[in-house]
Design a protein around this ligand. Structure first.
Ligand SMILES: C[S@@+](CC[C@H](N)C(=O)[O-])C[C@H]1O[C@@H](n2cnc3c(N)ncnc32)[C@H](O)[C@@H]1O
Length: 262
């Protein structure tokens, strides 16, 4: 039986407004980030009041505590303009880092932003989905991703892909916006995130992106559920470390032995 096609959801200004249940979800997310690519870093710094510049390095310091080990090869998924990939390269000065993103305009921007700061060419970028990583099993010591997870149609599937490309004992770091821990602060956070951030979104980007952002957080599973999902996706040791009263969480998972194929 033919599946009825559905028109992609658009915001009143005609910009893409991705809808998770729609068959066009991933294409719409790609179009949305494609339109944002050149203003994405500015939007992030303004909306997070500069805190995003701290959260990525903090998650790497947590990684040092979680599993102090050398990193020779690292992969950053949903790399956007390459900020986390560059942070990883700075944190592990001899590592080679690959950043992948399924939005071509983001990858182009990542290359432009990274070239002048990476004279030895340790950081490379490519276009690919996090749900089917074009790399062999057990390639990397570290797989990172920042603010990608909320956008994934199949979070457990992405975790299994991360596990597949990690060497046993390697670590996955997922950094994501989460619900703040103290309830009183949660109300303040939501007043800002649901009302003020969309205004920034409208000013810097468009109506669709500004509506999608708070919606994507509402749809993201609670912290404990993410920990459980990682645990059941091939990461026997998982820890969640919160920053800024829980607005952001770094989920750290150590890859277990490869699954036995029957
Ligand atoms: C909010 S941005 C985060 C960018 C960057 N990681 C950072 O720290 O700023 C999310 C990025 O994930 C990408 N993305 C969303 N879904 C993806 C998927 N299924 N596979 C690969 N990239 C994806 C988008 O294109 C976008 O560049």
């Amino acid at each position: 039986m033919a599946v009825p096609s559905r028109a992609p959801r658009l915001a009143p200004d005609g910009s893409p407004y991705p809808e998770r249940e729609a068959p066009t979800f991933e294409r719409d997310v790609r179009r949305m980030f494609g339109q944002l690519a050149r203003r994405y870093e500015l939007f992030n710094h303004v909306a997070s009041m500069g805190n995003d510049l701290v959260w990525r390095p903090c998650s790497l310091w947590e990684l040092d505590r979680f599993r102090p080990a050398p990193v020779a090869r690292a992969l950053d998924l949903g790399c956007g303009t390459g900020e986390f990939a560059r942070a990883v390269a700075g944190h592990f000065p001899s590592a080679r880092v690959l950043g992948l993103d399924f939005t071509r305009a983001m990858v182009v921007r990542a290359r432009e932003r990274t070239r002048p700061r990476d004279p030895t060419g340790r950081v490379g970028f490519g276009t690919a989905t996090a749900l089917r990583i074009p790399c062999a099993d057990a390639t990397f010591d570290l797989v990172t991703n920042a603010f990608l997870a909320r956008n994934l149609r199949d979070l457990p599937g992405a975790f299994r892909e991360m596990r597949r490309v990690l060497k046993p004992g390697g670590v996955a770091v997922t950094l994501e916006i989460t619900e703040p821990a103290p309830a009183a602060f949660g109300r303040l956070f939501h007043a800002y995130f649901d009302r003020v951030v969309p205004l920034w979104g409208r000013a810097v980007a468009n109506e669709g992106a500004s509506r999608y952002l708070p919606e994507s957080l509402r749809r993201f599973p609670p912290r404990d559920e993410v920990v459980r999902l990682l645990g059941s996706s091939g990461f026997p040791r998982v820890e969640a470390r919160t920053f800024s009263m829980g607005i952001v969480t770094a989920f750290l998972g150590e890859a277990g032995p490869p699954p036995t194929r029957g």
